[in-house]
Design a protein. Structure first.
Length: 245
């Protein structure tokens, strides 16, 4: 059980709301484990047709919550198991879901939050939303994020974001494929409601068939990309001197 997000059912919709606005809706590793489980269970529920991920407060998600550093430097296997695999499992649950996920984005979507938007099947943003991948500021190569961005964001756009670590506005995010629509802030929730209603008017079998097609044909080789991302990050982060991380 976590208090970092809530999950409620609204007819055929499972709504996951990030619920720590005073902390920018950052998520701890424990919350990410709970999030992966929630998405996996909801994605298999025959009574549901769509999963909406939204947030309370001014920001969508400002990334992973900083945890206490380990007492001793982890091995590559420990880093992979305790950090990289936890994050990758959220993306894996989203990829394997039988039903689509919709991101409703306001404010900042940073790091893991930005990847969460990209990993959703659909996404809309308020006009003031900002998207960034600041991991390299801490010498952390964001390979996990890149495993999600492929096939969704042009390679040079992805490189621009990960190398420069600069935030981009909602219009640029739309041009680059992070979101499909940008709407006025006061119209965001209503537009998401309308999208959910449209999906809900279709038969679940048809919805699931489309999700499968996207997963297997449009966005192939997820497992390979995930494996390379986790191995690369674990190797780099356990090879650098600790003061450089």
């Amino acid at each position: 059980m976590t208090t970092e997000f809530t999950a409620t059912t609204h007819g055929f919709e499972r709504r996951i709301a990030l619920a720590q606005p005073l902390l920018g809706n950052t998520l701890s590793l424990d919350a990410m484990r709970a999030l992966a489980l929630e998405i996996r269970q909801s994605g298999r529920d025959g009574n549901l047709k769509v999963i909406r991920i939204c947030a309370t407060g001014e920001s969508f998600c400002r990334g992973r919550a900083a945890g206490a550093p380990p007492a001793k430097a982890p091995t590559a296997a420990e880093f992979r198991r305790n950090l990289a695999d936890v994050i990758l499992d959220v993306y894996r649950a989203m990829h394997e879901s039988e039903i689509p996920l919709l991101a409703e984005v306001q404010g900042h979507a940073e790091g893991f939050g930005c990847a969460l938007v990209a990993a959703c099947d659909m996404a809309i943003a308020a006009a003031g939303a900002r998207f960034s991948l600041p991991e390299l500021q801490k010498n952390l190569p964001p390979t996990l994020v890149l495993s999600v961005l492929r096939y969704k964001v042009p390679p040079k756009a992805a490189a621009h974001m990960v190398y420069l670590t600069e935030a981009v506005d909602a219009t640029t995010a739309k041009d680059w494929g992070f979101v499909a629509e940008v709407v006025a802030p006061d119209a965001l929730h209503g537009r998401a409601d309308a999208m959910v209603a449209s999906i809900g008017s279709r038969d679940r079998l048809a919805i699931a068939a489309l999700k499968t097609y996207f997963r297997e044909i449009i966005i192939p080789d997820f497992s390979l990309a995930s494996e390379v991302a986790g191995s690369t990050l674990s190797s780099v982060m356990t090879s650098m001197p600790r003061g450089d991380k």
